[in-house]
Design a binder for this molecule. Structure first.
Ligand SMILES: *Cc1c(COP(=O)(O)O)cnc(C)c1O
Length: 343
């Protein structure tokens, strides 16, 4: 055996049900960027579709098209990184819902073939990543209204992204968002879907749920650093990094994962794993192997769960030890470690 990243699809299903219940009556848009948070896009999308998830948030057009190939024609697939006119055309061809946060893309739509694009207009509510600035919003609405009149676009949604780091900032962002939506209505546009919350605000703050909540982290059981725990949220980690003992010597017991597989070396000496002899400290994380404090009878081939489901520590627990977020640990698990599914 060698190291594996084991994903429990029954736990994933339970999280999906929990998210659905927590955000209802809004719909759950399952965010699947970064290879479904490194769990493996194809298997997770397939399972989510079987579980009744009907909206997917795919980030870029190539991923959106990949999701379309997995789900077939009936899924709604939202993408929000559109690189230019070719990307725009590919997105329309794959029947994606297009998050437009840049006026230049509206011009590109005007020049594209007469297919009707499903547009979700993004207003920048303070994060300044992308999004149409409030002072340009009316102009963007006017441009969108022209495209709608010409049959080139349908305004499906209005959306934004918020920091979820402070309630006060989020409240300010929401006020901007609501006035942007009012402006759209005043301009005669009637978006069917509003969305601005991700995992944290979607769970904690009912007034942020609108029609869709774009939930990534909590769907995979990744709790927020410094925030509520899994039990309180009703979610569970779905994946475990399971390593194998490859050598035993007086200095320690050596596992077949290291920093090149995604385990930050800064975690050396900072956490324990469960061994057949009880908890042992992770003493040194090298490039391709990790040394644990020794125990009697350690054997080559023993399996050790380093973090995640069934381990002493979740991805977010490890993240907190080095002042980062759970995604930084979970998303780093190298593609060279095979994903293995159960359930
Ligand atoms: C990543 C992302 C999300 C999901 O955020 P989580 O905190 O993982 O739920 C939602 N919306 C956008 C625009 C994102 O980039």
């Amino acid at each position: 055996m060698s190291a594996e990243y084991r994903v429990d699809l029954d736990a994933f299903r339970r999280n999906l049900r929990r998210v659905r219940e927590a955000v209802a009556p809004a719909a759950h848009m399952l965010v699947v960027k970064d290879d479904a948070y490194a769990h493996g896009l194809e298997t997770l999308v397939r399972r989510a579709w079987d579980e009744g998830v009907r909206w997917f948030g795919a980030f870029d057009v190539a991923t959106g098209a990949a999701v379309r190939a997995i789900t077939g024609p009936d899924a709604r697939i939202f993408v929000w990184l559109i690189g230019g006119v070719d990307d725009l055309r590919a997105g329309i061809a794959a029947d994606l819902d297009l998050g437009i946060g840049d006026e230049a893309l509206l011009d590109d739509l005007a020049g594209s073939p007469a297919a009707s694009a499903r547009v979700h207009l993004k207003v920048d509510t303070g994060l300044h990543r992308n999004g149409i600035r409030p002072e340009r919003w009316d102009a963007a609405l006017a441009r969108t209204a022209e495209l709608v009149d010409q049959g080139r676009a349908v305004l499906e949604g209005i959306w934004s992204h918020i920091s979820e780091a402070s309630d006060a900032d989020d409240d300010d962002a929401r006020a901007l968002f609501l006035s942007a939506r009012d402006a759209a209505r005043a301009a005669g546009l009637e978006p069917r879907f509003s969305h601005l919350a991700a995992s944290a605000a979607g769970f904690a703050r009912g007034e942020f749920r609108e029609d869709l909540v774009r939930v990534g982290a909590f769907s995979y059981g990744i709790r927020p650093a410094g925030g509520p725990g899994e039990v309180e949220l009703g979610i569970e980690p779905i994946a475990a990094l399971v390593a194998t003992v490859i050598a035993v010597d007086p200095a320690g017991v050596h596992l077949d994962v290291g920093s090149l597989h995604g385990l930050p070396s800064a975690l050396s000496g900072r956490f324990d794993v469960i061994t057949p002899a009880g908890p042992r400290r992770v003493e040194a994380i090298g490039a391709t192997s990790t040394a644990l404090a020794p125990w009697d009878d350690a054997r080559v081939g023993d399996e050790i769960t380093v973090f995640g489901r069934g381990a002493l520590r979740s991805a977010t627990d490890l993240a907190e030890l080095i002042d980062t977020i759970g995604e930084e640990i979970a998303l780093r698990v190298s593609p060279s470690i095979p994903r293995v599914y159960a359930g």
